[in-house]
Design a protein around this ligand. Structure first.
Ligand code: B12
Ligand code: SF4
Ligand code: SF4
Length: 246
């Protein structure tokens, strides 16, 4: 037998800071499809047909270096978001989450159930449904304990687990700090103009659909530790007073 509480204990032992569970019925209600040419989000069952539950996971980003992004040689000339180009890039937080999510999936498989990590479902909405927090005015998942400074992941499983209660509160209230802090004015409350986000611009160095002012601000404000790497913008995360530790 596998219970939600056993899964949560193991996820925390592996190092996840937030854990919640949603049912297949809820997974079917999450919005999927193309997100501004950046990623195509998919239904959990498309990602992993045996899915009966998703374990939604949050990992606290306790050091800015987690946001380092490196692109393998040969990338120049290809935006990361160009749909018809092959490229190889690495983000430290993605590697850490994937590694830990595989540890949880392997543990579940060892108990006789099927399980697979997924980064392809809409993770912010999944996290709200799993009770981890609300979506803030910067559109990110805001948890009471860590604010937006968490990276999200999920493990899909054939185990039929007891789901959590969705998060209903709006933690932002009158606050507007993230919206006002964004240098490129990419944010309106609860909405983002994707092509004005400096993360999109950094990941698409050759793209012509990035406005000139956004390109200039990205070049000026994005820290590049080496020729082939950059630290993704986190200004709208850092601006948030909720869950700030330092
Ligand atoms: C595409 C994408 C991007 C794109 C587009 C961003 C976006 N907001 O969509 C770009 C490249 C710009 C981007 C940038 C960043 N990203 Co990103 N990104 C994603 C990805 C792949 C999908 C996001 C998505 O679902 N977009 C679809 C849109 C429709 O969803 P939405 O923003 O939730 O829109 C809803 C709201 O606007 C809401 N809404 C609209 N009006 C209103 C009104 C009210 C009142 C309310 C309540 C809601 C509401 O309804 C919309 C539809 O549901 C996810 C990974 C994943 N698999 O989920 C990571 C993800 C969201 N990104 C993440 C992060 C951290 C970032 C960055 C900080 C970069 C960084 N340093 O890591 C920036 C932050 C920019 C920002 N403020 O959003 C994390 C977020 C973690 C968290 N705590 O939420 C994720 C989950 C990745 C991860 N594995 O952790 N990202
Ligand atoms: S990541 Fe940076 S550029 Fe993008 S919305 Fe947040 S503050 Fe603005
Ligand atoms: S900075 Fe303020 S408005 Fe933005 S997400 Fe945090 S609490 Fe909400």
């Amino acid at each position: 037998m596998l219970t939600s509480s056993m899964v949560k204990d193991e996820a925390r032992r592996i190092g996840f800071n937030l854990v919640g569970i949603i049912s297949i019925e809820t997974l079917r209600t999450l919005p999927v499809g193309d997100v501004g040419g950046v990623k195509t989000l998919r239904l959990a069952e498309e990602e992993f047909p045996p899915t009966k539950s998703a374990i939604v996971l949050g990992y606290y980003l306790w050091d800015p270096i987690f946001n380092v992004h490196t692109i393998e040689p040969g990338w120049k000339g290809y935006g990361l978001h160009s749909s018809d180009e092959e490229f190889e890039f690495h983000q430290l937080y993605t590697e850490v989450i994937a590694n830990k999510a595989w540890m949880l999936a392997d543990w579940i498989r060892g108990l006789g159930f099927e399980a697979k990590p997924s980064a392809g479902i809409p993770l912010k909405r999944a996290a709200v449904e799993a009770g981890l927090g609300c979506q803030g005015k910067n559109t990110l998942l805001i948890s009471t304990e860590y604010g937006p400074r968490v990276r999200l992941g999920a493990v899909l499983t054939s185990a039929d687990l007891q789901p959590d209660i969705p998060f209903k509160e709006d933690l932002c209230r009158e606050c507007m700090r993230c919206v006002l802090a964004c240098p490129t004015k990419a944010l309106k409350p609860y909405k983002i103009e994707i092509k004005r986000c400096m993360v999109y611009a950094s990941e698409s160095p050759e793209s012509r659909d990035v406005d000139q002012d956004v390109r200039e601000l990205t070049d000026r404000l994005t820290f590049k530790p080496t020729r082939g790497s950059f630290i993704e913008c986190t200004i709208c995360q850092e601006a948030c007073p909720i869950g700030r530790k330092t």
